[in-house]
Ligand binder design. Sequence first.
Ligand code: GAP
Length: 460
Amino acid sequence: MISPEKKMDLLVSLCKRRGFIYPDSEIYGGFANAFDYGPYGVELKNNIRDAWWDMFVRGRGDVIGLDAPIIQNPKMWEASGHLQNFSDPLVDCKRCKRRFRADHLLEAKQAEPGYDKEKPLEIADIKCPECGGELTDIRNFNLLFKTFIGVTEDVSNVAYLRGETAGGMFVAWKNIRDSVRNKLPFGVAQVGKAFRNEITPGNFIFRTREFEQMEIEYFVKPAEAPQAFELWLEGMKKWLSDVLHIKDENLNFHEIPDEERAFYSARTIDVEYRYPFGLKELYGLANRTDYDLGRHQEYSKEDLRWLDPETGEKILPYVIEPSWGLSRTVLVTLLEHLDIDEADTAEGGDKEPRMVLRLPPRLAPVKAAFLPLQKKDELTTIAQELAQSLRSEGINVEYDESGSIGKRYRRQDEVGTPWCFTVDFESLEDKKVTVRDRDAMTQERIAIAEVAGWIKDRLK
Ligand code: GAP
């Protein structure tokens, strides 16, 4: 067990040391809250994304994909309300000049032990958490990143980096309706980068200015929206338990009360995770009614209604929007499966603490490692051939001949490799290798000819 206080530090240093996630632009002194996904981080992120796409797009008959640009016609952000409302309330400390999210300060104050929640709370009642100075009034700060298209930087050339992937799917609705889907319900899925000029990024990759989302807009007849919401909630729960293997006790499904919901939302649930820094949002699920299509219809002057072939009636569909942060999923997957237990020392002596990432095999960056017991040609050849045969089937594996076998196991444990195969001198006689299980640390011998099938069976 790792204490919550230590867990973030351990994870951040493991991510850098083992090549999952690095601080960005380090040779230039870094660039705050920007990160590079290193070799193992990219594999993990892509495996999560692919598992999501398999489950929610290819695995169903009613969801199709889209890949829209990051910079689109800026009118869409006016229509969606982002130019007016996509902002965070901000306060500055008059003394130390630090900047804070007013809503976060208010929440923290209300969470203090013994605080009377009925008492009205104003930002003027709160002092700077860093220096105790007085805070300014609240100002709203728009989160969209602005840029310019073309050579002149004037107002007519302003465009925005998308603040969410969702918008592209509403804008493409008419083309999708007219080209490939004319029956409700159906969903459109998109995975990609989103950008927000966050005032308080932080907690590693929890909140950054550039991140990835996986979102679905599920278009339904209005009367069917409540039931579709329930089904998507089930889908999100299944994803968390069956794919990410997140324990129930680490999750909370927070029903947003009427008075706190966006005015257009008929129902919203925030899926929260127990991070080492507190219970905070992981995903969101909303019944957005016909707000988005209604606004785009109004601003584009295009008829975005759907013709019900049964009744001949034209309606604006309602939208159920399950929204997953891909970057946040990477963080939660790493946090959930990072563990320290005990193992024999690398030299085979007494027990020592072992750091291990117990990633579900399907998500693990490396599925198996092939390790010759010694650097002898007859052993290295078998191990290399085995590794290459798996690679040629699209399975990411490693070959490692450097250092003691104990040290090589530790390295693979720390990157979450579920199985290590050791080739020893007996292998030359019995044509078998020893497979060691990352979690149980048990070992068994299996025939070399069966290794590929053995791994593939377990990845299913
Ligand atoms: N289309 C709805 C939407 O974008 P959101 O709650 O603002 O809703 C959805 O974002 C998800 O995107 C969040 O639940 C979170 O997983 C992720 N997310 C949002 N802002 C983020 C940030 N600054 N850094 C990392 N992930 C973020």
